[in-house]
Design a protein around this ligand. Structure first.
Ligand code: PGA
Length: 254
């Protein structure tokens, strides 16, 4: 039985002061039943992690802290970077790795993504490995190849035991921040292909690994994705910035 996971990726939004309010407001909107049903993760920018952590711990909230990226080295001359050890020390549980904005804007390659996945796992945190095709790749019929290869390369050399408990987010690039969502049937098909790829390389890990959909998810469309048995949750960008809206996404079944 895979528990649903809904993660809010705040991207480069919210100061540490905003984050305190956002976390508090979100927690007021959710109750025990929500948390029993869904793992609710918030991924603020690095500068807001400490504030979010403090609120979560002080108020004993069941919100789970995530980060949006990390470096693969533990320390050293990497100006501007944040190491996995620094995140682990802040009680970060999930780290988004290989988001398409980092692949496209910062030039991250599958080999970088793979090193980050391993570094996150080595610190007992859970990577949320993002994969997804561009619009051109989709139009040319390359979605399956592209996504399967990102999964294989992103997880290369990782043992089945950790793969079983990581998270993959399928985010078609053309659906991110555009208001254009994938058709839930199409998304479910790609996600089932990801599960098959995991099964081929990591065996039974395919049954427990959680695979999310991401790309313009909102309170109006979340239920149609969650209705698909292979879709275990969502990675939410824009709709995670307003606590009321994000809470409505989390409470999609109500
Ligand atoms: P979006 O972003 O929900 O704003 O499309 C999703 C993401 O980038 O994870």
């Amino acid at each position: 039985m895979r528990k649903d996971l809904i993660a809010g990726n705040w991207k480069m939004n919210a100061t540490h002061l905003d984050a305190i309010q956002m976390v508090q407001k979100l927690s007021y909107r959710l109750d025990v039943a929500d948390h029993d049903r869904v793992d609710v993760v918030v991924c603020p920018p690095f500068t807001a992690l400490r504030s979010a952590q403090t609120v979560i711990e002080a108020d004993h909230l069941r919100l789970i802290l995530g980060a949006q990226d990390c470096h693969y080295e533990e320390s050293g001359a990497y100006t501007g970077e944040i190491s996995p050890g620094m995140l682990a020390k802040l009680s970060v549980s999930y780290v988004i790795v290989g988001h398409s904005e980092r692949r496209q804007i910062c030039g991250e390659q599958d080999s970088d993504v793979n090193r980050k996945v391993k570094a996150v796992i080595a610190h007992d945190m859970t990577p949320i490995l993002c994969v997804g095709e561009t619009e051109a790749e989709r139009d040319e019929g390359h979605t399956a190849d592209r996504v399967a290869s990102q999964v294989r390369l992103g997880l290369a050399g990782v043992a089945a035991a950790p793969v079983a408990s990581i998270v993959v987010a399928y985010e078609p690039i053309w659906a991110i921040g555009t208001g254009r969502t994938a058709d839930p049937d199409d998304a479910a098909e790609v996600i089932s292909l990801i599960r098959t790829t995991i099964g081929e390389h990591w065996g039974d890990a395919a049954n427990t690994i959680r695979i999310l959909y991401g790309g313009s998810v909102n309170p109006g469309n979340i239920a149609s994705f969650m209705a698909k048995p292979d879709i275990d949750g969502a990675l939410v960008g824009g709709a995670s910035l307003d606590p009321d809206t994000f809470a409505s996404v989390v409470r999609y079944w109500m």
